[in-house]
Design a protein around this ligand. Structure first.
Ligand SMILES: [Ca+2]
Length: 434
């Protein structure tokens, strides 16, 4: 992206947000906002120069020295089209040969070859009862087919897991389910499928589902469940017995995983609570701990380190306000940003919101200078963010690549490049490479 012109005043919403005393991230936690330059596709994207650009914010004082930066690369990162022809792609899973499975929110799963040249027909056997919101709603509704992950033993058992919205046949209530099936060796069909987990309760509305899946290092399946948006039900995020606003951790059969926190009356599989709309999950490459992104309301998008039994605050504490509130008068929902028993985010944005989608830690060889960084795909902000870390402390946030398109997910490929999904009816896979 281009550096912000010298002398250009920072918009008022880009002023760093105040921090709670319990938050380990210093003044880096303010929003960076939308750039003033409307870039159209296609465009040769450029990374912001280190230390410059409107999206770069340095945190001070840092609690510990940052790792020594890698030498400046000879070739700047660029974003290139990798594969088109995907409708609202939501998630992808790499196979061992570098090819990938990609979900489309209307309810299709496709295979993309490792070089991006081939896009398969829809794979047969995806559950027929995926309930998908119309693509014509404005603002868009969110129900549909969400995530796809491989079983840790996929090489031998061919199992994959899908998350999607299932609607009750006798009413308009709906909720997230997790489905397990087997992918045939010709990659054309799913067989022996069944629902292994059903969120409870099911309610009306078509927003804030969560729906992200991730296997942890113990081989257990983490599932995010959103608060479902409505003010009259969001308090259930604080009720252990409700499935709304939770992360659950399951066996591959959908039962509560061993080692989960013991919570009397808790929803089956309960791992953590007080979440609003968790859209990204990643396992830290060194610690093995769970990191999560979630949407706040108007402002208050968060990155959290999710510990078992942790209460992440929503809607008792937050950094965001009701949508109809003028930004300059934004008062946090819940009345405050911190409370003794609520886990504070590692960093947050807005208002306005960047709307974080998927997140990924970088461990590849293509960008040595990005080792250990956390990448955040932003939907509303239409950009890729890079968070430089020291342990679980966010040292710096950088609006690295202004892609100009809603980004649903970011993944590191086996080739060491980053892959992005655009949340569009004419959606694409993009690749960040040298
Ligand atoms: Ca929170």
């Amino acid at each position: 992206m281009l550096p912000r012109p010298v002398g250009r005043p920072r918009p008022p919403w880009a002023t760093p947000s105040p921090l709670p005393s319990s938050a380990p991230c210093p003044a880096a936690c303010g929003g960076s906002g939308t750039p003033p330059w409307p870039w159209a596709w296609p465009r040769p994207w450029r990374a912001a120069a280190a230390g410059g650009g409107g999206g770069t914010e340095s945190a001070a004082p840092a609690p510990a020295p940052a790792p020594a930066p890698a030498p400046a690369p000879a070739v700047a990162p660029k974003v290139v089209p990798f594969r088109d022809g995907l409708v609202r792609p939501w998630s992808l899973a790499f196979l061992s040969d570098g090819s990938m499975l990609v979900t489309e929110r209307p309810g299709r799963l496709r295979h993309v070859s490792a070089d991006g040249a081939t896009l398969s027909a829809p794979i047969a056997g995806v559950p027929a009862d995926v309930f998908a919101s119309s693509l014509k709603e404005d603002p868009p509704l969110q129900a549909g087919l969400f995530d796809v992950v491989l079983d840790p033993a996929f090489a031998t058992n061919r199992r994959i897991y899908l998350s999607y919205v299932q609607r009750n046949s006798d009413s308009d209530s709906n909720g997230v389910v997790v489905w397990r099936g087997e992918l045939t060796p010709d990659l054309r069909s799913l067989v022996n499928g069944r629902v292994i987990y059903t969120e409870s309760p099911r309610i009306g509305g078509e927003r804030n589902y969560g729906g992200k899946l991730l296997f942890d290092r113990g081989g257990y399946l983490l599932v995010t469940l959103g608060d479902r948006f409505e003010p009259d039900t969001r308090d259930q995020a604080q009720q252990p017995g409700s499935g709304l606003g939770k992360i659950v951790r399951l066996t591959t059969d959908g039962a509560p995983a061993p080692g989960n926190p013991v919570v009397s009356g808790g929803t089956p599989g309960l791992w953590s609570l007080g979440h609003r709309n968790p859209q990204g999950l990643a396992i830290h490459p060194v610690t093995g701990q769970l990191w999560e992104s979630e949407h706040g309301p108007q402002g208050g998008d968060e990155i959290n380190l999710v510990l078992p039994g942790g209460n992440y605050g929503w809607p008792r504490v937050s950094y965001g306000c009701e949508y109809e509130t003028p930004i300059e008068n934004c008062k946090p929902i819940g009345g405050g940003t911190s409370s003794g028993d609520q886990k504070a985010p590692l960093t947050w944005w807005g208002p306005p919101s960047i709307a974080p989608g998927g997140i990924a830690f970088y461990t590849g060889k293509g960008f040595p200078e990005w080792q250990g960084s956390l990448f955040v795909a932003a939907l509303a902000d239409k950009a890729l963010w890079r968070l430089t870390l020291n342990g679980s402390t966010v040292l710096k946030r950088e609006r690295l690549l202004d892609v100009g398109r809603r980004l649903r997910d970011v993944r590191q490929g086996p080739d060491g490049w980053l892959y992005l999904l655009t949340d569009e009816d004419a959606g694409q896979i993009l690749r960040v490479q040298r």
